[in-house]
Ligand binder design. Structure first.
Ligand SMILES: Nc1ncnc2c1ncn2[C@@H]1O[C@H](COP(=O)(O)OP(=O)(O)OP(=O)(O)O)[C@@H](O)[C@H]1O
Ligand SMILES: CC(C)(CO)[C@@H](O)C(=O)[O-]
Ligand code: BAL
Length: 279
């Protein structure tokens, strides 16, 4: 596996593959890789001739009081995992390569970026859209893979790729979970052992709320019960717990075929997110 940090070297490596007619997949990440990421990598390996993984902890998507400095960084261990999966290229630019002096452009996907994590993290999705557009331009992949754990992010990237005529397929990959249902996430590393045990309340409560709503309980009552259960389990606060349409992300006050439950809640130093279909 080549680890590349400059745009010139990246373009040279990928131009040779493109000339040979090879299909290139991109898996964008912020590193601290776990089995959720590796599932995306394995799917990329299955779908393409060449696999590029990017690791870039993107300052533009972190708010001023968020965890940019604390975010786990362990590139050497990540690289070893990627070698074991036969990844061809690790794209690991530093911030000065991604955002050279004078960088002034931003991409905004209006509407889809307003609710849920967009409301809780102002400007976050502009940072995501901008860096993902840059990663697409830098690597020019035939397909790019993203996890359904970050459902709103996936919806925004699909919209952006359509709107800006990116000629690539966006592939969504189902959420990979621990045995107790907790979605794998780099930020789970912030949890103490006690908090990690309490975190299993998140998927359990979501599943109970989904069952209650599907069984005819009012959405407001089921979500209120779920919110109380999370606080009782030790979560400090619930940023949102909502039923929304999976595609438009419009709020729903009654169930339908495309309904999905979305949650973000704070436990210790971690802010955990998840989403599940109602049916
Ligand atoms: N449990 C998971 N299942 C499937 N995909 C995942 C999972 N966790 C992360 N991904 C996907 O991996 C890609 C890179 O995500 P990222 O590097 O932010 O990891 P993360 O674990 O989501 O970290 P964070 O704690 O910052 O949310 C994204 O497309 C994300 O949706
Ligand atoms: C897509 C992404 C790599 C952009 O920085 C990030 O938001 C993530 O890891 O989900
Ligand atoms: N996985 C989403 C990236 C973020 O929370 O910044």
């Amino acid at each position: 596996m080549q680890t590349i940090r400059t745009l010139g070297a990246l373009r040279a490596a990928t131009a040779a593959w493109r000339k040979a007619g090879e299909r290139i997949a991109l898996v964008p990440t912020m590193g601290a890789l776990h089995d959720g990421h590796m599932t995306l990598v394995r799917e990329a390996r299955r779908l393409a001739d060449r696999v590029i993984v990017s690791i870039f902890v993107n300052p533009m998507q972190f708010g001023p009081n968020e965890d940019l400095d604390a975010y786990p960084r362990r590139e050497a261990a990540d690289a070893a995992l990627l070698v074991a999966e036969s990844v061809d290229l690790l794209w690991a630019p530093d911030a000065a390569v991604m955002y050279p002096q004078g960088h002034a452009s931003r991409i905004s996907v209006a509407g889809l970026d307003a609710p849920l994590c967009g409301a809780a993290r102002p400007g976050h999705f502009d940072g995501v859209s901008t860096v993902v557009a840059k990663l697409f331009n830098q690597t020019a992949p035939d397909l790019a893979l993203f996890g359904e754990k970050d459902w709103q992010q996936l919806a925004i990237i699909r919209r952006m790729a359509l709107d800006l005529d990116f000629d690539l397929d966006i592939v969504g990959v189902p959420t990979v979970r621990e045995a107790d249902g907790l979605a794998l996430s780099s930020r789970n590393a912030y949890l103490t052992a006690e908090e990690r045990a309490a975190a299993s309340a998140l998927p359990r409560t979501m599943a109970q709320a989904a069952t209650a709503i599907s069984g005819g309980e009012s959405v407001a009552a089921a979500l209120d019960t779920a919110r109380q259960a999370l606080l009782a389990a030790g979560f400090a606060s619930v940023d949102y717990l909502e039923l929304r349409d999976a595609d438009s992300l419009a709020a729903l006050d009654s169930p339908c075929d495309t309904a999905r439950l979305f949650v973000a809640a704070r436990l210790g130093k971690a802010r955990l997110i998840d989403n599940i279909p109602l049916n």
